[in-house]
Design a protein around this ligand. Sequence first.
Ligand code: CUA
Length: 324
Amino acid sequence: MMIMIMRNCGWLPGASTTSGWVDLASLVVFSAIGLVSVGVVAAMVLFAIRYRRRDGNRTGRPHTRASVRRAEIGWSTVIGIVFLGFFVAGAVVYDALQRVPEGADAVDITVTAKRWMWRFQQPTGRREVAQLHVPAGRVIRLHLISEDVIHSFFVPAFRLKQDVVPGWARMTWFEASTPGVYALACAEYCGTEHARMRAEVVVMEPQVYDAWLVGGEGDAQPLAAAGRELFERYDCGACHEAGLRRAAPPLVGVYGSEVVLQGGRVVVADDAYIRRSMISPAAEVVAGYEAEAMPSYAGIVTDEELLLLVAYVRSLGERPEVHR
Ligand code: CUA
């Protein structure tokens, strides 16, 4: 009923598999806050009238220490429980939003944010600006970078918002449930044209998307193949593929797996880690290898090339437990 009322008040219906979770968490938190606010204001008004200054009324009676302590403990406990409830609701939903559904046959798309536009590249290499086509009912993994300042990828209907920070690589995902056209906006002030840094997400029936995908310019190259080309151009294989004399860790199946570093720390080999490994390889060296083996590719590999190299590493196989 509540949801129906909200829809009639201009509530934007959710259009992704996770939007219901976000709505529920928001509803729980805002309802609780709303009820408390109404209660506090009502009590305030009531007390102001009822206990207003009148002839003959005296100041309040003093409280005993014990009664004050009981009251303090009582309301602190109740408020503590309520706020922990908010935390649990938020944490559960946040976790659900971060986890890519297991066994999903995901569509990997790169997203480049730049003042003031959104550029996308489909798995086949088909490029798009200010428009993103995706199939309904499939997991879409977005691999995001920014070429200049902080932007934020925001699709209200999917309840999806992900900051895009220069110098970072980040993966986020969604699964659109209903075909249609949805607004995409930048949600981080990024300069004069920030308000116009918009795009649309076109959600299509899967067969329609498949047909659309093979269209487009003829020279497009699949992301992984373009990444392989870069891999060869930068001669990464000399160390990463050189068989027994290998100076650097093999990359097959690395994407999404847990990597043990020198000193025993364990990291997940996600987009961000692979990026860091190219930019500052000496910072997180895989156990059993030498820090000097790899030079930094900072300033050599561009951000967009980086996404392609990540796509290539991903194409070498990944672990199902890749989450973020
Ligand atoms: Cu990009 Cu605001």
